[in-house]
Design a protein around this ligand. Structure first.
Ligand SMILES: NC(=O)c1ccc[n+]([C@@H]2O[C@H](COP(=O)([O-])OP(=O)(O)OC[C@H]3O[C@@H](n4cnc5c(N)ncnc54)[C@H](O)[C@@H]3O)[C@@H](O)[C@H]2O)c1
Length: 364
């Protein structure tokens, strides 16, 4: 991949430290897929382009109108639309893939072969055997691939992770997580989704083992259709509970749901030998306390994932630019996705069989 191709364009990930420190280092970032999450990433990057050295954004969607409309509406940085992936890859220094999950492996391969650093939305693949192939393919190229698990970029969860790494929490006894959507996604997205474990719980199936930093040895899960019968049409559920047992005996209890009348609610709580800490319990957490001196229900509860994880998504997209330019380490490498997809498959198997599932190491 050429360096400093045009005046608006960066340096690639392979730039030397001097180029990266130089004042003229500017990047063009491409986006593939401009639906719910793709447009959010575009807007977050456009609003923060100046601070991370981005001089241009290039957009591609199978629906050309979407790319044209988004290019017109994106302010703050020069934005254009192109009509093919090849045109996009030929004109950018980094790419964000935000298309539906089944398209990720092939798109990632094209980005890796073009030598363009990539942020790929989660999950990178829908099953463990495809994930293994993608990990091998990505690692056979030297181009960084960051997986869009935004919890790894969330300031509060990062603070907890840092305490764990420094030994400040001591031994972890039990982790509890909950991920409750406020409202289900539109019907067409539900029908195309890979189910609650691969679509929604995959975030916590990534984040909880990442926090605990030990292998999971056993998984059990239950699920029910309780609020929206549409989930039964595809054999999916809209509420699920998962238990993980880690190698040391540490336990995790995880809950997820597709509908919460109080608002969008995600929390992770860690009880350990030196402290008990929580991420996600704050002034906008939508839960009612019935204690006389309890927490007051917020005026503005979180309205959805983009609202709840706003700081995490901004950190993710701006840090991605630094990773692509070789200025920062990758906190969400594609190899780590082997764990979450293996656990998602095990959850599915456990829910269907009614039995716990033993986990073997998921090496590629
Ligand atoms: N990290 C998160 O919190 C989060 C949240 C929502 C979705 N996601 C993930 O993001 C991905 C996209 O989800 P979404 O809800 O934004 O989907 P969406 O259906 O709203 O948007 C997808 C877009 O991609 C376009 N597209 C489809 N195939 C394409 C291709 N081959 N080339 C170019 N454009 C193509 C579609 O026209 C559409 O505009 C999924 O993998 C999903 O799991 C992640």
């Amino acid at each position: 991949m050429p360096l400093l191709v045009d005046p608006d364009r960066v340096v690639s990930a392979h730039a030397t430290p001097n180029q990266l420190l130089g004042k003229d280092v500017r990047m063009k970032v491409g986006f593939v897929g401009l639906g719910r999450i793709g447009l959010m990433h575009v807007n977050n990057l456009a609003a923060n382009a100046a601070t991370c050295g981005v001089s241009g954004i290039v957009l591609f969607d199978d629906l050309r109108d979407r790319a044209d409309r988004a290019a017109e509406e994106t302010g703050a940085v020069k934005t254009s639309a192109v009509s093919s992936l090849a045109a996009l890859l030929g004109s950018v220094d980094a790419v964000v893939i935000a298309t539906p999950t089944p398209s990720h492996p092939a798109l990632l391969q094209q980005c890796a072969e073009a030598g363009v650093p990539t942020l790929c939305e989660k999950p990178v693949a829908s099953d463990l055997s495809t994930m293994r192939r993608v990990v091998d393919m990505v690692e056979s190229h030297s181009t960084p691939v960051v997986v869009g698990f935004q919890r790894r970029f969330d300031p509060s969860l990062r603070a907890i992770k840092s305490k764990i790494v420094k030994g400040e929490l001591g031994d972890i006894y039990i982790v509890r997580s909950n991920a409750y959507d406020d409202l289900p996604a539109p019907a067409e997205i539900i029908r195309a989704s890979d189910g609650i474990y691969r679509d929604l719980m995959i975030h916590d199936l990534d984040a909880v083992p990442w926090l605990v930093d030990q292998p999971v040895v056993e998984v059990a899960s239950w699920g029910s259709v309780l609020a929206d019968p549409i989930y039964a049409e595809t054999g999916d559920v809209d509420f699920a509970a998962v238990t993980l047992r880690f190698a040391s005996g540490t336990l995790a209890l995880m809950a997820a749901g597709r509908r919460n009348p109080a608002g969008y609610d995600h929390r992770i709580e860690v009880l350990a030998s030196k402290d008990s800490v929580i991420q996600g319990l704050g002034a906008r957490t939508p839960i009612r306390s019935f204690e006389p001196d309890g927490y007051a229900f917020p005026d503005k509860p979180f309205s959805g994932f983009a609202d709840r994880f706003r700081a995490a998504y901004i950190a993710e997209i701006t840090e991605f630019v630094h990773i692509a330019a070789g200025r920062a380490p990758n906190p969400s490498p594609v190899r780590d996705s082997l764990v979450s997809i293996q656990l998602a498959e095990a959850c599915d198997a456990s829910r269907r069989s009614g039995s716990a599932v033993a986990i073997e190491p998921a090496s590629a």
